[in-house]
Design a protein around this ligand. Structure first.
Ligand code: AMP
Length: 418
């Protein structure tokens, strides 16, 4: 039996990076006042069709949609924002406090053509903020991403930012775009020819070569912003500059979902080839109301977890499994019986401890300690046991000290956690 195409196992030898990212991300988010939310994997299809947009690639061709046994149309979530909005509205969170900050992680499902960095089940880390229109929150989210990537040791990433405007400035932009496309209609792909009537903005996001060519020199949203959007975007940029976050304004950046307004961004890397976007986000001030809630400004981002881990692996930063703190080399049955209990006690005291109870020789046990990347080894042979002592060997410096078996855990606490 094999996994379905585009679906994959993430094996134990790769999981330490995933856990490290989660720990860094969640503790950073918590310190900025975000709270974890958990949402279902399956939702009514209508939720995604209405929020992401009927004419987007995701809704038109990528969703895993099926009718359940009663005939209701349901969809495996392709992203988290729509569900989090649904939850915000369903539980009337706006009534007690409209300002909410959420984060979550979990699998998303899109039936795209699989390739390196693109899967049909992939993972995202999401952060969303409701109830704040101020541009400072846009800067805060981009700053947070930048800080997280810095803490994870990632280099070579660039933030591309743009403003997509609001319902106020969009009609003028749409007219300028239609004017421009009017002369190029015949070279557009089949999808875009259809979209020109229904949703011309989506054409800006089309990946087909002929459409990309036709769009050279196309009008940009940023040149058609109303005063309020222009002021908003100015604050985002100047705040990021003041905070020392490197970014570039990318006029051609539009995101593949309909709900975005004003600030939109992507964090890109050059290390992953075609699948260069590691994270993307944007404001969606109209979505909560569109889905039946009160008018509520909102903004969020999603990190492509799989891609982030791939970049980290490529940079060979922290790619190793975390080393063992201690490996116990126990020689003979008597030592082994004792070592088992020491190992449990040490694990409970917070030391990552390993041993090998297969009765191997000293030489092969030391090799094993090396392979497991242990920083220290505790050696218990017959002589040591007689003297109620153990040898503690530092695997880096090769220094050895004798330590008493009584009070083993407190002694090691003092020696190893300086
Ligand atoms: P989006 O929800 O499309 O804005 O995507 C946000 C991030 O999720 C992207 O920047 C990617 O890093 C990641 N992502 C999107 N689709 C996939 C996919 N099919 N496989 C892996 N990662 C993905």
């Amino acid at each position: 039996m094999q996994t379905i195409r585009g679906f994959r196992d993430i094996l134990p030898e790769h999981i330490s990076l995933w856990q490290r990212v989660e720990q860094e991300a969640f503790s950073l988010f918590e310190s900025f006042g975000f709270k974890e939310i958990r949402i279902p994997v399956l939702e009514k299809t209508d939720l995604f069709a209405r929020s992401i947009g009927e004419t987007t690639d995701i809704v038109e061709k990528e969703m895993y949609t099926f009718s359940d046994r009663k005939g209701d149309l349901v969809t495996l979530r392709p992203e988290a924002t729509a569900s989090i909005c649904r939850s915000y509205i369903q539980h009337k969170m706006y009534a007690t406090d409209p300002v909410r900050k959420f984060y979550m992680t979990g699998p998303m499902f899109r039936r795209e053509r699989p390739q390196k960095g693109r899967y049909r089940q992939f993972y995202q880390i999401d952060a969303e903020v409701f109830g704040i229109e101020s541009a400072y929150i846009d800067s805060e989210l981009i700053f947070l991403l930048n800080e997280l990537f810095k803490r994870l040791g990632l280099t070579g990433l660039t933030a591309h930012i743009n403003s997509l405007g609001c319902p106020e400035c969009r009609p003028a932009f749409q007219r300028a775009l239609l004017d421009f496309l009017g002369k190029r209609k015949q070279v557009l792909c089949e999808n875009c020819t259809r979209r020109i009537q229904k949703n011309p903005l989506r054409i800006l996001d089309c990946k087909v070569d002929s459409c990309q060519k036709a769009l050279e020199g196309a009008p940009a949203t940023i040149d058609h912003l109303c005063q309020a959007c222009d002021d908003h975007f100015t604050i985002v940029r100047t705040t990021l500059e003041r905070q020392g976050v490197a970014f570039m304004v990318d006029k051609s950046l539009v995101r593949g979902l309909d709900y975005y307004t004003r600030t939109a961004w992507e964090i890109k890397t050059t290390t992953l080839g075609a699948q260069g976007a590691v994270a993307g986000g944007g404001r969606y001030d109209g979505l909560v109301e569109e889905l039946g809630g009160p008018a509520t400004p909102a903004i969020g981002f999603a990190i492509g977890f799989d891609r982030l881990v791939e970049v980290m692996e490529q940079l060979k930063k922290n790619g190793q499994d975390p080393p063992l703190d201690l490996f116990i080399v126990a020689l003979g049955n008597a030592a082994m019986a004792k070592a088992y209990h020491w190992s449990c006690d040490l694990n409970l005291a917070g030391f990552r401890t390993g041993m090998d109870s297969r009765g191997k020789s000293m030489k092969s046990l030391m090799k094993r300690a090396d392979k497991l990347n242990a920083s220290h080894v505790l050696i218990a042979g017959e002589n040591e046991l007689k003297e109620n002592q153990l040898i503690l060997r530092n695997m880096d410096t090769k220094d050895q000290t004798m330590i008493a078996i009584d009070n083993l855990v407190p002694t090691l606490m003092t020696l190893l956690t300086k």
